[in-house]
Design a protein around this ligand. Structure first.
Ligand SMILES: Nc1ncnc2c1ncn2[C@@H]1O[C@H](COP(=O)(O)OP(=O)(O)OP(=O)(O)O)[C@@H](O)[C@H]1O
Ligand SMILES: [Mg+2]
Ligand SMILES: [Zn+2]
Length: 512
């Protein structure tokens, strides 16, 4: 007897339809799986055998061979349990094989036949949508993420027995639908707000520019100035995501298997704040099974590195590729995968080891050598990739005791949303979502300068010794500032504000 059942494999951030072919022949009882399975799939033999028996079916005492095609693709994980079990049941005559081929099945089996959640269901659903006329049958726990993909039917499954009844049309299960607009409407509620932070108007402005255009930002200041406090409030002003952005982010979380329970779509931007002891692998991704790291989990959101110089230099160096290209490539012996990692970097640091180098009153106790050593942990190329550097001074008494009510996050977020809308319109259909992601071509097209502004930037470059990369960054930031004013042309005022944000290039430490 022979049967064919469809399953799906995750490949990088995409998926691939897999044919699970089962052949049951007379001979010594055995169960062999071929077609480059990993260990989890090999172990599937024992789970499938128990699940079939415990669901009330007879396991055939014959020679069973299972082939996962295409055979050359290496397959991972336990999500093939279900199609393998169904293939065996189809060969044993429990299932009418005409209807089984209309579906694609995903799920791990427990020994009693229950279907457990699988990783990467969203990329699988997107693959099925673009690929075949199949419907997708997934573990009930994964149904939310499968159902966000429109144009395909998705069915939630609880256990093996129910699945067989469903295929044989003994039990009717309706395709699951989710209301995507409703998910987006459910606004996240935060217990902190930008209005908690007193003073620091120019830092708030810099953060607004950063979030408005997706620019990386570094805050430098003495202890207690409010750097961590400000950064922790950034999620409350991050712009709303488009569905396209949201699907990209959810796909990565789906592969990592860390979608929150009952949540099919990540509708708010990620804010990841790894500790400075984080390993390269956890930051970039990797390990034996290829897994997305923090840089990918913060895709389209914010990666916050507090106390930047405390991170190991190596760890910071590996950030260079994702910062520049918006992707990370993780290679290992069997395969290499590329994951998206276009995050906005928010970093904070003190200006020196004791922290008080820029403090107006407290004296800094560090030697020039110590300061040099401290700063040199962050290499020039990394600094070059951070668009906005902003000084966060200590508050004076007047500012601390100020009773006036600063702007709330809701007001700031509304403005940022408006600025982002201008950019979405500008880059429609180009896979670019904000000004920070412009390439040379877009910069040329959208950052034209008049003569006066051109000469201003020339003076700045000559006197500050800016790199070509810094020049491009100034243009991009100036574009965002012009967008914030809703004007088409970049003016000298926009460019001079953008130049202000390159304080590290202006030799921050040399000029005290
Ligand atoms: N601008 C501010 N408005 C209101 N409270 C503030 C402000 N700045 C600091 N604080 C208070 O000081 C505390 C410490 O601030 P925060 O942790 O943000 O400092 P920091 O700049 O990150 O310092 P460090 O360099 O030591 O990490 C805050 O929890 C808050 O209570
Ligand atoms: Mg801090
Ligand atoms: Zn110091």
């Amino acid at each position: 007897m022979f049967s064919k059942v469809y399953g799906c494999a995750v490949v990088g951030i995409g998926g691939k339809l897999i044919e699970v072919e089962t052949d049951v022949a007379n001979g010594l009882p055995s169960l062999t799986i071929v077609g480059l399975p990993d260990n989890a799939i090999k172990e599937s033999r024992d789970r499938v055998r128990s699940a079939i028996k415990n669901s009330g079916f007879v396991f055939p005492q014959k020679r069973i061979t299972i082939n996962l095609a295409p055979a050359e693709l290496k397959k991972e994980g336990s999500a093939f349990d279900l199609p393998i079990a169904l293939g065996i049941l189809a060969c044993s005559g429990y299932i009418s094989s005409q209807t089984i081929n209309k579906h694609c099945f995903v799920g791990e089996l427990s020994l009693d036949g229950d279907i457990r959640p699988a990783k990467g269901v969203l990329p699988m659903a997107l693959t099925i949508k673009g690929n075949s006329g199949h419907s997708l049958c997934v573990p009930a726990d994964n149904i939310q993420e499968a159902a966000v993909v429109d144009q395909i039917d998705t069915y939630p499954l609880e256990n093996l027995q129910q699945t067989v009844d469903f295929i044989n049309k003994v039990e009717d299960i309706q395709p699951f639908k989710v209301d995507i607009e409703e998910i987006f409407r459910m606004n996240s509620v935060y217990d902190v707000d930008f209005s908690d932070v007193k003073g620091q108007q120019h830092v708030k402005r810099a953060i607004e520019v950063a979030m408005g255009g997706g620019h990386n930002i570094l805050m430098i200041g003495p202890p207690g100035a409010g750097k961590t406090m400000l950064a922790r409030r950034i999620p409350t002003i991050m712009p709303d995501m488009t569905l396209e952005e949201s699907l990209e982010v959810t796909r990565i979380h789906s592969i990592a298997g860390i979608l929150p329970a009952g949540k099919g779509l990540i509708a708010t931007r990620s804010f990841r704040a790894p500790h400075h002891t984080i390993s390269d692998v956890a930051l970039i991704g990797g390990t034996q099974l290829v897994r997305p790291g923090e840089v990918s989990l913060s895709h389209n959101g914010v990666l916050f590195l507090d106390e930047l110089p405390e991170f190991r230099r190596n760890t910071l160096e590996v950030l260079r590729q994702p910062l520049e290209d918006g992707v990370v490539t993780i290679s290992r012996a069997s395969a290499s995968h590329t994951y998206p990692s276009r995050f906005t970097l928010v970093a904070a640091m003190n200006p020196c080891p004791c922290g008080y180098f820029t403090h107006p009153v407290k004296a800094c106790r560090c030697t020039p050598y110590q300061i040099q050593n401290y700063i040199s942990k962050i290499s020039g190329p990394l600094l070059d990739r951070i668009d906005i550097h902003v000084d966060v001074p200590a508050l004076n008494y007047q500012e601390i005791s100020d009773k006036s009510q600063p702007e709330t996050s809701a007001v700031v977020k509304e403005r940022i949303n408006n600025v982002r809308r201008i950019q979405q319109e500008r880059f429609k259909g180009r896979k670019i979502f904000c000004n920070a992601h412009m390439h040379a071509k877009e910069i040329k097209e959208h950052c034209q300068l008049d003569n006066q502004t051109q000469s201003l930037i020339k003076v700045a470059i000559n006197s500050l010794g800016l790199s070509a990369r810094a020049y491009d960054k100034i243009l991009k930031i100036a574009r965002t500032i012009a967008d914030m004013e809703q004007v088409k042309n970049i003016t000298a005022a926009h460019v001079s504000e953008a130049i202000q944000y390159r304080s590290m290039d202006r030799n921050f430490w040399g000029n005290k």
